[in-house]
Design a protein around this ligand. Structure first.
Ligand code: ZN
Ligand code: ZN
Length: 299
């Protein structure tokens, strides 16, 4: 079943024409718990991997937190499949020549950088003869919060307008109008009209704190947002415009559903990153080796 974000309840560009130049296309991936195959786009695997290549492991030192490896176990730890995307499912995603399969794997323990899992991006040509369903060792001792449930995806194109990423002078200039419109219509620019929440490709990161865009170490340009992995598809405010039509209960509200039924819609991968925060992946497509960086925050 497709997943459809309802049209925004008001015309953002008519109310706030100043944000129009900053619109960006985004693809909501709408994960739902399922049984994806290794040749499907998915969250939580299974994924394809070249038979000739060893499965990646993490050899980092890990800080002592609630999400540490067992005491005394220094690894190396097998990475966990988080996201697999085929170009045919997300044509908006730009692939370097000779590749059409993108994977995000991560080490499911806290790392010094942001106290979240450490992600890696891998790309392949899906027509390679030696790609096989990977059978990485099952991670032991990692917390379920960092191990995504296998999910199928339902990519949907939407338009993002920046919220935390609005230029500061514009944000200041629009502040009163945002408040007035919210008072008049009940719709908050921040929660309801600007940035699509949830797992997404492109658009704006779903920052819950001040933006922190990385700079490319090679060319010094600001890197581009590749994709966001976060904890929830919507929260107690944003559900009013971002809950998919197909998931909207015919009677009552999403919050009237039982915990399990609601969780299957609100956070199907079952991830909990930095207390409802996210992990934001960036890269520099201008440089030949596509330098990669990530950021994270918590709410
Ligand atoms: Zn690690
Ligand atoms: Zn660069």
């Amino acid at each position: 079943m497709a997943r459809t974000t309802p049209p925004r309840p008001l015309d953002v560009e008519a109310y706030f024409p100043e944000v129009t130049p900053f619109r960006r296309a985004a693809v909501r991936l709408h994960p739902r718990v399922g049984a994806p195959g290794a040749r499907d786009s998915s969250v939580g695997g299974p994924v394809l991997w070249p038979a000739s290549q060893p499965w990646p492991h993490c050899e980092d030192a890990h800080p002592r937190t609630a999400y540490s490896p067992p005491k005394g176990d220094t690894g190396p730890f097998p990475l966990v499949p988080v996201l697999q995307l085929f170009a045919s499912d997300v044509p908006e995603l730009e692939f370097p020549t000779g590749t059409d399969l993108l994977q995000v794997l991560w080490c499911p323990f806290d790392h010094e950088a942001g106290y979240v899992p450490r992600p890696e991006v891998h790309r392949w040509d899906s027509s390679r003869a030696d790609l096989e369903p990977a059978s990485p060792p099952r991670p032991t001792a990692a917390d379920d919060d960092y191990l995504p449930n296998p999910c199928v995806l339902h990519p949907e194109r939407v338009t993002d307008y920046p919220n935390w990423d609005l230029p500061e002078d514009l944000s200041d200039a629009l502040e009163d109008r945002f408040d007035e419109v919210e008072e008049e219509t009940g719709w908050s620019y921040w929660s309801h009209l600007s940035v699509a929440p949830g797992l997404k490709v492109g658009g704006y990161p779903t920052w819950t704190q001040d933006p922190d865009w990385p700079t490319c170490p090679a060319c010094r340009r600001t890197m581009e947002h590749l994709l966001t992995v976060n904890s929830v598809e919507f929260d107690g405010a944003s559900w009013r415009t971002w809950l998919a039509a197909e998931d909207t209960p015919t009677a009552g509200e999403i919050w009237d559903l039982g915990y399990e039924e609601r969780t299957r819609i609100q956070r199907p991968p079952g991830l909990m990153l930095g207390d409802m925060g996210g992990i934001y992946l960036f890269e520099c497509p201008s440089c030949p080796d596509r330098p990669f960086a990530y950021r994270s925050d918590c709410s």
